[in-house]
Ligand binder design. Structure first.
Ligand code: DGL
Length: 287
């Protein structure tokens, strides 16, 4: 897994030297970042967590690069002002592959991004056929293309832009019925068979997709390694801010939504992930 690293030494000081537990802000377009949250909370159980979902703009995969960049920087400005995070995790490939340089230029906070795990997928492959399952936005990025050029090492990398899989993952989390056929159709292009060889590693390059990993395994036409970036992101956070420290009180965890704060099954799913406090920070599209 390649985690996009902190750029520039002026950001390299902070949270480890704080006299208080860090505030870590995780940001995604929706609920996909929850797959990263679990690993982050395991690595730094002492941190105060803010999980921010820009659900008013979900899904990010359909945005033009210019409007997505403008949107993410604007929403981040609001979140930084409100929560003063010590470190931000962009738990979204679609945003990370585009907006990290703009965020780092604008805010003097360390940003950890999530970008397609092409290098580890190539390392895991024996057949030389690797696929990257992502949003159409991530697949179209120059950044993603250049990761393929840099790390393919003779492997044939198939980029698959799934148009509906992030929304399917959210629907499944809400407890809505999602047919096997719909999921199977989204992942089908990942499975390539050629000259007696078959795809054997698939990078999950959208943080929503690990929400469905059990169904992906069951519906795959043949077994493959599904590469989830979350553990590598947690390791990178520990490199930046060090191991957990003792704290006398319980850490806080808040989920904040730019659209309507969720109810029903989603609230239960959030609470099950330690996010019992749910707030709204309205940021409609077009603001
Ligand atoms: N979770 C996101 C990602 O990692 C994006 C899903 C979307 O908003 O399209 O790419």
């Amino acid at each position: 897994m390649r985690v996009d690293l902190l750029a520039g030494s002026r950001h390299a000081m902070p949270a480890a030297l704080l006299r208080r537990p860090p505030v870590i802000l995780l940001f995604d377009s929706g609920l996909g970042g929850l797959t990263v949250l679990a690993e982050v909370a395991r690595a730094r159980p002492d941190a105060d967590i803010v999980y921010a979902a820009d659900d008013a703009a979900f899904p990010y995969g359909r945005f033009s690069e210019e409007s997505l960049s403008t949107r993410v920087v604007a929403v981040m400005a609001r979140l930084v002002e409100r929560f003063s995070p010590d470190l931000v995790v962009i738990a979204c490939n679609t945003a990370s592959t585009l907006v990290l340089p703009a965020l780092r230029a604008r805010f003097a906070i360390p940003f950890v991004g999530t970008v397609p795990a092409i290098k580890p997928a190539v390392a895991a492959s024996r057949s030389g056929l690797v696929s990257v399952l992502a949003t159409p936005g991530t697949v179209a990025r120059d950044y993603t293309r250049s990761l393929v050029e840099t790390y393919a090492e003779g492997c044939e990398v198939t980029l698959v832009g799934a148009t509906g899989l992030a929304a399917i993952a959210e629907a499944a989390l809400r407890g809505e019925p999602v047919s096997d056929a719909a999921i199977a159709a989204e992942i089908a292009p990942c499975f390539v068979a050629r000259d007696g060889r078959r795809t054997d590693a698939v990078a999950l390059a959208c943080t929503h997709y690990p929400l469905l990993v059990e169904r992906l395994r069951r519906l795959a036409p043949w077994p493959v390694a599904w590469i989830d970036p979350a553990p590598a992101i947690a390791r990178r956070i520990l490199q930046l801010i060090g191991p957990p420290t003792e704290r006398p009180d319980a850490p806080e965890a808040t989920a904040v939504f730019t659209g309507e704060a969720p109810s029903g099954a989603t609230r239960i799913a959030l609470a099950g992930r330690g996010l019992a406090r749910v707030e709204s920070e309205p940021f409609p599209l077009g603001v």
